[in-house]
Design a protein around this ligand. Sequence first.
Ligand code: PLP
Length: 381
Amino acid sequence: MVRQFLVMLPGPTNVPERVYRAMMRPIISHRGPEFRELYARIVENARYAFQTSGHVLVLTCSGTGGVDCAVGNVIKPGDKVVAPIFGVFSERMAEAARRRGADVVEVPIRWGSAPTASELEPFISEGVKAVCVVYNDTSTGVTARELPKICELAHENGALVIVDAVSILGGDELKVDRWGIDICVTGSQKCLACPPGLALISVSEEAWKAIEDNPGRPFYFDLIRAREFYEERRETPFTPAIPLFYALDEALLMLREEGLEARFERHARCARAFYSAIEALGLEAFPEPEWRSNTVIAVRTPDGLSPSELRRIMRERFGILVAGGMGKIRDEIFRIGCMGVISAREVFLTVSALAASLNELGHEADAGEALRAAGRELGSS
Ligand code: PLP
């Protein structure tokens, strides 16, 4: 029997009992009426989550599959792509475009900050096919708050905007239609509080034109085929992961019951509590204050402390999972997920365990002060 951890990772996250139970429903035919009803309801509720009236399709793959699908459907060899690089996931998105033969212009952005429209302006001109932006780079705990302005800039120059929103959609503001995001991708296992294994992808009318104009689209991840199957029969082209569709259906129903605004406010409140507690523990958040994410809390590890030791104690003694760093800042930070199932309970448990683990490793940390700091942000709700 695997131990039941409190999963405070930036994905996968804790899954509500209701969602687990939904996965126990019997297997059905993916070519029958029950599946069609299920998929139609998922798409309708996903449109609400994406804030779009356009197409949203569900793919049986993880978030990376969704990003690869987005890039692979739009980008043709030789297309010019602009990609601000400010973390591991932006590096990966640029690599996905390069693998499609794109001429990728990487714009280096200081890690711990996020791209602004004015930083990107010199690189975005007529002839750029797409701008690839990670809205929330999970590796640095940074949110690209200027995304709406970046979309505006891209559209003024005739470029599409492809957004990796894997670690933020459902946890913070993201208006696909209003901001003009052409393709937006998320994963099931982050702010939607569903198990891993599905990607969701929205596609704008402009993006459809580019996709229709690309005969080199992937075979399995051909979005035109996925759209046709959805429109004509409310089905997927190939066998979907049916238990995960049940789970996603339930997770999206829960999201709808809560309402997006309340959900965003809950994530923001818990994030403020984490940032305050971290400061009270004598630690420092990795990102610069204006870019700090509400869904991923990246913390600098204090001098002399091993992040892997800290994570080991959190896991073994307290049953709480937090993540290490990635890429070039791998050993400098650790990361806490503030996603999906996140409330005062998860914040207090994580902060208490963090304080105790720091003390055990010889780093003086005042748990009481940290909990009071978190409590002030969480209020009585
Ligand atoms: N993009 C971002 C921003 C992510 O945080 C992740 C996962 O952490 C991914 C893409 C990749 O998702 P997956 O591991 O589900 O393929």
